[in-house]
Design a binder for this molecule. Structure first.
Ligand code: IMO
Ligand code: MG
Length: 406
């Protein structure tokens, strides 16, 4: 059984965690290739709810090797905290089942501080993501390889001197706090050293053996630094290209899975053509419990934007779509879907009839109300990609399989 990639097709929070969880269980290798703790995947397994931000979801089932690829940015403190929480939930980590690439960059407290003072207008998650990638591209970053050769402390001290020279915005008091934090940070980095090693031979071997591999995308296509709604984006390639640059391996993904929420949401600032500011937007937020998993912020809500999704399909070459949260649309009289844009950028809508019936947990496609099926099929025809899985609720078995996932 070969390789899978799961990507968000919109602006994140499409419900990637659930499908990743279903897939991860059967995988030999699970890879995160971009982003950092700005992601938030919620996985419900039995009675336990696991929230991962950095660590690939494969750790939960315990049968796969989990890799944080070179394309990620990883805070030592956040990583250790996340490992500790998962350990308390019974997850175990060893250098065999968990690998951090030495070429991944560190997110350090100074990045988190700079994110707060420099990026307000983007509405970031304040996890230090942008400033860490800035350092990477500027070639002043600190990579995880520093954990291995004992040179981390020196590198970070030098880095703080550099930052102090460059950024007048950082107060003296803050610089002191950052420097005072060094000894503890050094201990944290030291404790993570066993997990840092070159993941590429592991990946190459897995490809050779035709192992089951899952590449777990974070964020969504329109948060991509190149293809998204710049500058209101994250600082990595969230679309398919990021899987290659962020891991160092070529694979011909058997399934390129796009997760599409059956309406649209966005957190933070930036364009959102189908955004609803009325009662209907409120209803969607309430039905979908649209509050950020990472920051708790209320998400902006709006109609499904098929014109935008068409672009997402082109960028990522999706050949399988998971259509999520369909149960949140019940009770709306009519539904609008954007199929194009007017010259002024406002959406051209197509109106479709809604349905009253509760479809939560439905597992049989034909048991869905006719208008619900019409909605699904309209979107499917428009995008020209099979909607293989329809998610009808938060639980693992709240799902309609129209086309086998495996
Ligand atoms: P998951 O993996 C939704 C958004 C932020 C902000 C912009 C830049 O849960 O889908 P950043 O902290 O990355 O520099 O913020 O990107 N953003 C997300 N929105 N889901 C996410 O991840 C996100 N990660 C970042 O809200 O607008
Ligand atoms: Mg999120």
């Amino acid at each position: 059984m070969p390789s899978y990639i799961v990507m968000g097709a919109q602006w994140g929070d499409e419900g990637k965690g659930k499908i990743v969880d279903v897939l991860a269980e059967k995988m030999d290798i699970v890879v995160r290739y971009q982003g950092g703790a700005n992601a938030g995947h919620t996985v419900i397994h039995g009675d336990t709810k696991y929230v991962t931000h950095l660590i690939p979801s494969g750790v939960i089932s315990g049968r796969s090797v989990n890799i944080i690829g070179n394309g990620c940015v990883v805070s030592p403190t956040t990583l250790l905290e996340e490992m500790d929480i998962l350990r308390r939930q019974g997850v175990s980590f060893s250098p065999e089942n968990f690998i951090v690439s030495p070429a991944a960059h560190m997110v350090l407290p100074v990045h988190q501080y700079l994110d707060k003072v420099l990026n307000e207008k983007i509405g970031t998650t304040v996890r230090g993501i942008g400033p860490a990638y800035t350092d990477k591209v500027q070639r002043t970053g600190i990579r995880w390889e520093r954990a291995c050769d004992g040179s981390f402390e020196e590198a970070y001290r030098e880095h703080l001197d550099f930052v102090e020279k460059v950024y007048a915005i950082i107060e003296k008091k803050e610089m002191r706090t950052l420097r005072d934090g060094i000894p503890e940070l050094v201990r944290t980095v030291e404790s993570l050293k066993p997990f840092v090693r070159d993941a590429r031979p592991v990946l190459a071997e897995a490809v050779k053996n035709d192992s089951n591999m899952l590449f777990e995308g974070a964020q969504g296509t329109f948060l991509d630094i190149d293809h998204g709604t710049y500058p209101f984006v994250t600082s990595s390639n969230t679309s398919i290209g990021g899987a290659y640059t962020g891991s160092g391996i070529f694979l011909d993904f058997k399934k390129r899975i796009g997760i599409v929420k059956s309406y649209t949401t966005r957190v933070g600032e930036g364009p959102f053509p189908t955004e609803l500011f009325d009662e209907t937007g409120e209803t969607l937020r309430r039905h979908g419990n649209e509050y950020g998993a990472t920051t708790g912020r209320p998400r902006r809500c709006g109609w499904l934007d098929l014109a935008l999704l068409k672009q997402s399909c082109i960028i990522n070459g999706f050949n399988y779509i998971v259509f999520s949260k369909i149960s949140c649309l019940s009770g709306l009289k009519t539904l609008q879907v954007a199929v194009d844009y007017h010259p002024d950028g406002t959406p051209v809508y197509r109106e479709l009839p809604g349905w009253e019936e509760d479809v939560l947990g439905c597992t049989d496609y034909l048991a869905l109300p006719e208008n619900c099926r019409r909605y699904i099929e309209f979107a499917e025809d428009f995008l020209g990609v099979p909607f293989g899985l329809i998610s009808t609720g938060p639980d693992r078995d709240h799902v309609i399989e129209r086309q086998p996932v495996f």
